[in-house]
Design a protein around this ligand. Structure first.
Ligand code: AMP
Ligand code: MN
Ligand code: MN
Ligand code: MN
Length: 293
């Protein structure tokens, strides 16, 4: 593995959230933070939403930070929610914008149902409370409910909220149908982007199901996988580096940063990609010279 400070160690952070989805910092503030953390190539990848892209790109340009358009699309596959990151997308692409608008459209009804269920277990005003944390009315997420529940002192941190209320089988969880895998990958590719399977270590899939997911993702046109990311342990960095090599996928690196101090994953502070993989940015002409290894 290259070390920070090594001339081959290029600090790319290609997975982050702003207040336009479930992060807390405005896009321009997030970009300033990335630059201050030594990031050299950045992408804002809000959930199902592109409205922060121009602000992020403008802020990056003003700071001399390289920027590629990004998004994280919510997908339903095999009964699981899967996330597909799109990188180097054209954020004005009409079919992508339309697909994301459709993907977002169920969030309001789902959130109202979540609030009704939370009321029943003694968490009042969850709807109003979550809305106070929402930065973009089109994008209410479980994270906003989680922040409200922590603020009310009902749980100590958002991971406790998720464990107790926001995952399958718990009282605030509402089943939801997101985009189809092939549609999400198709929208990203149609917008000129690269589709990246996000945080594969997080899905509750055994090996056989994971291989099926990766094969289907590749057949749909997906070409990269997150190897070093905020949700993976060091063992998972190694495991998914092998998976990337085995399946001929490019590798991506991203913190999945949402809020200062919230989940111990600061922007731009992850280890570099292992030497065995081909970084996703090595395919992009403007960054080819800065590929690791
Ligand atoms: P949603 O799109 O509304 O289903 O919310 C998904 C978001 O919830 C993810 O992008 C994460 O930011 C957050 N999330 C999911 N699981 C956890 C967890 N266990 N701890 C903290 N945040 C989580
Ligand atoms: Mn999130
Ligand atoms: Mn995700
Ligand atoms: Mn994310």
């Amino acid at each position: 593995m290259t070390q920070p400070g090594d001339p081959w160690c290029f600090n790319a952070d290609l997975h982050c959230h702003s207040s336009m989805s479930d992060g807390v910092l405005a896009p321009a503030v997030l970009v300033e933070r990335a630059a201050a953390q030594g990031v050299e190539l950045f992408s804002l990848t809000d959930h199902d939403e592109l409205c922060g892209q121009q602000q992020a790109a403008d802020a990056a340009r003003a700071l001399g930070l390289d920027y590629v358009g990004g998004v994280e699309v919510s997908v339903s596959w095999g009964g699981e929610t899967i996330h597909v990151v799109g990188l180097r997308i054209n954020w004005n692409d009409a079919p992508l914008l339309e697909g994301l608008a459709r993907t977002r459209s169920g969030r309001d009804g789902r959130a109202r149902e979540m609030a009704a269920q939370l009321e029943k277990v003694g968490i009042p005003d969850a709807w109003e409370g979550a809305l106070r944390h929402v930065g973009n009315p089109a994008l209410i997420s479980r994270t906003h409910f989680a922040r409200h529940i922590v603020e009310r002192g009902i749980c100590d941190d958002i991971s406790e909220v998720f464990r107790k209320y926001m995952v399958e089988g718990r009282p605030g969880y509402v089943e939801h149908r997101w985009a189809a895998l092939a549609d999400a990958v198709g929208w990203i590719r149609g917008a000129g982007g690269v589709a990246v399977l996000a945080h594969p270590g997080r899905y509750r899939l055994g090996d056989t199901a994971l291989w099926a997911l990766i094969n289907e993702f590749r057949e749909a046109g997906g070409s990269a996988i997150e190897v070093v990311c905020g949700s993976h342990s060091r063992d998972q960095f190694r495991r998914f580096a092998s998976v990337a090599v085995e399946f001929g996928l490019l590798a991506s690196r991203g913190s999945d940063f949402h809020a200062p101090g919230e989940r111990h994953n600061e922007i731009g502070q992850l280890p570099p990609l292992p030497d065995s993989v081909v970084p996703v940015w090595s395919e992009w002409p403007e960054f080819r010279g800065r590929a690791q290894a």
